[in-house]
Design a protein around this ligand. Structure first.
Ligand code: SF4
Ligand code: SF4
Length: 348
């Protein structure tokens, strides 16, 4: 996990983060046609067809990094901050063309500004990546349960990173005039993004009035570094407090999703999820449950046998499948089918 997030998450979760080994980023799983069974991702782009919303304090942490191994990312960041692209006191925003991103990951998409396509592609700001880049995977070791956990963590971290970015403005005594520009009357602060701030002002940072910088306009690098110092001082409890009761709700959802993930329980009785998408693929069934990026291929006899899960006690159904279909569903196989979202609790 990146700077700040790693320390913060360690205080939310009672155990380690799940390891998503199915998302083989060095040899991108989504660029392998045999694994995706649809148009693969561009191997020179991968899922970095995304422009991150970097909050001011993460930018500042990067700008004070002197490690030569990260100099490429630091240089890119300085160029981005001082080079006339969208940037605000709240952080970096998506570039205008990223508001339209058809065929995500596929050939023709624009790479992230911080993506280095050489040698199979790498992120030059990996240590400082933001909430989405830290929590998004194409595939999950524990299927839908992993997906739900990471999605909950993403929502929490997005909320907290935006809230801490605002806290930094207050801590650095931004003037009421500057705050009034950044948070205009008539607009709810909830759910607003750095991107929307920039887009509101015509997409270019120079269109932000000078007053919006509260005296820091010509010292942006120093400003972002000061934001990092503010964030350095925040414990997780203080960072979460910045996000108010919404943050508490999101943190509770993360804890619950983590508990389900680690619990590895199999509900009983079970039913097959009838809302899943499936299609014949040779002599197998290609099934999509929670994500089109994370499909699974099931033998036809097994796929058909799952229709027997109709809400009766699982022991009865498993015995029937063994007798009628000759398929032994071990506890591990059953857990896999539940985690992938194919079988659901009959009680929900
Ligand atoms: S998470 Fe991204 S880089 Fe990693 S395997 Fe998936 S698509 Fe490829
Ligand atoms: S910040 Fe890094 S991980 Fe995120 S999209 Fe850019 S290159 Fe990829």
């Amino acid at each position: 996990m990146p700077t700040y997030f790693g320390a913060w998450i360690a205080q939310i979760l009672p155990g380690p983060l799940p390891s998503e080994t199915e998302a083989t980023c060095d040899k991108c799983a989504m660029a392998d046609p045999l694994r995706v069974r649809t148009e693969p991702f561009d191997s020179g782009l991968k899922c970095c067809a995304y422009d991150p919303e970097l909050p001011n304090f993460l930018i500042g942490a990067m700008l004070r990094d002197r490690d030569p191994q990260r100099s490429d990312g630091v240089s890119r960041m300085i160029a981005r901050v001082t080079g006339g692209m969208p940037v605000t006191p709240l952080g970096l925003a998506a570039r205008p063309r990223f508001t339209e991103n058809p065929g995500f990951g596929r050939r023709g998409n624009i790479p992230c500004y911080f993506f280095d396509p050489t040698d199979g592609g790498r992120c030059t700001i990996w240590t400082y990546r933001e909430a989405v880049c830290s929590t998004w995977f194409c595939k999950y070791q524990q299927g839908e349960r992993g997906f739900i956990f990471w999605a909950a963590l993403r929502r929490l971290l997005i909320l907290v990173q935006r809230s801490v970015a605002r806290k930094c403005l207050l801590a650095l005594d931004f003037s009421p005039e500057a705050l009034a520009i950044l948070f205009p009357p008539g607009e709810s602060s909830a759910g607003t993004t750095v991107a929307s701030r920039v887009l509101r002002f015509g997409q270019l940072p120079k269109s932000l009035p000078t007053a919006a910088w509260s005296g820091w306009k010509d010292r942006k690098v120093d400003f972002y570094r000061r934001c990092a110092e503010v964030a350095d001082e925040l414990s997780w409890a203080e960072a979460l407090a910045c996000a108010g009761s919404e943050g508490e709700v999101m943190a509770t959802l993360v804890e619950e999703a983590y508990s389900v993930l680690c619990g590895r329980e199999i509900p009983d009785p079970l039913v097959r999820d009838t809302a899943i998408d499936y299609r014949l693929d040779g002599d197998a069934m290609l099934v999509t449950t929670f994500s089109s990026y994370d499909r699974m291929s099931l033998d036809l006899p097994l796929f058909d046998a799952l229709c027997r899960f109709d809400g009766r006690p699982s022991a009865e159904v498993l015995a029937e499948i063994l007798e009628q279909d000759g398929i032994e569903l071990t506890t591990d196989r059953l857990l896999y089918l539940v985690e992938q979202g194919l079988l659901k609790s009959a009680k929900t």
